[in-house]
Design a protein around this ligand. Sequence first.
Ligand code: 13P
Length: 342
Amino acid sequence: MNARKLCDTARELVADGKGLLAMDESNPTCNKRFARHGIPQTAMARRAYREMIVTTGDLGSCISGAILYDETIRQCLEDGTPFAQAIIDAGMVPGIKVDSGKTDLAGHPGEQITEGLDGLRDRLAEYGRMGARFAKWRAAIPVTEDLPSRGCIEANAQKLAGYAALCQEAGLVPVVEPEVLMDGAHTLERCAEVTQEVLRTVFAHLSLQRVMLEGMILKSNMVLPGLTCPQQEGVDEVADATLRCLLRVVPAAVPGIAFLSGGQTGVLASARLNAMNVRFKGRLPWALSFSFARAIQQPAMEIWGGSDTHVMPAQEALLHRARCNRAARRGEYGAKLESVST
Ligand code: 13P
């Protein structure tokens, strides 16, 4: 393990007001999103879509690193450039999703465990040779009146820590993602309570597995009311609740927290990130960044729709959301920016 290299990469991923672009949807998830827009669910279409993304001019001025899926890191642009190289050429760092997805957690109805540790040491070495410098593993934690259980939180935290230790051994920065899900009618307070417990447990396991905090990124949910909760707090309240929670449980040695969007609209995700960076300016030990998939890609995917002739407007839409989020990181986002077409 080269500690200096890990720290440098982790810092690079959250530097200069840039954030991460998650373009690592698994084939089933990507296909589901394609189906909604009538896009063919084929390897060719997924490749073309992702070529549209990485060839967006100037993306590297807003995006520090792009997370790929296994299928994509093995594919090339039409001109033969491997995706990882295309990302490097665009001034971004290539990353790779390495978990193999979720499966039901035995004995825990309604809860799931993320798998993928088997053979991970060898896969990380291979991804490293392909150019990846960071990795991602996502655990999903549901919220109801009774869930999550301690068993689900512990089991997922243990796997996240095992993954993170293997990444650092291989010289890749682990992005550690325990996502507390937005589905449900739970309140903001309940999300805060669960997020706090989950993060405390995750950091306890990271410490047990001797993960170097300076060489990792935390990918967290924001603290939000459930999607069907009748009480939907405003942007500032969400910002305050999220930071109150994170300041209590995320060690200062972590260089950055990159939020997932989790099904929020692009505009709300930017507004909330912006509010956090405005309200807590100069008071946070870590950088507050983004690692969005849907909140950056959604309009672009809709416009692209599987058609070569729509590549340019789709790229404009993608760059627009990337710029909005760069502004949000700096606390400079607002309605005016939303109305400016790029
Ligand atoms: P969303 O921003 O669409 O939630 O995706 C983030 C992600 O990469 C989940 O692992």
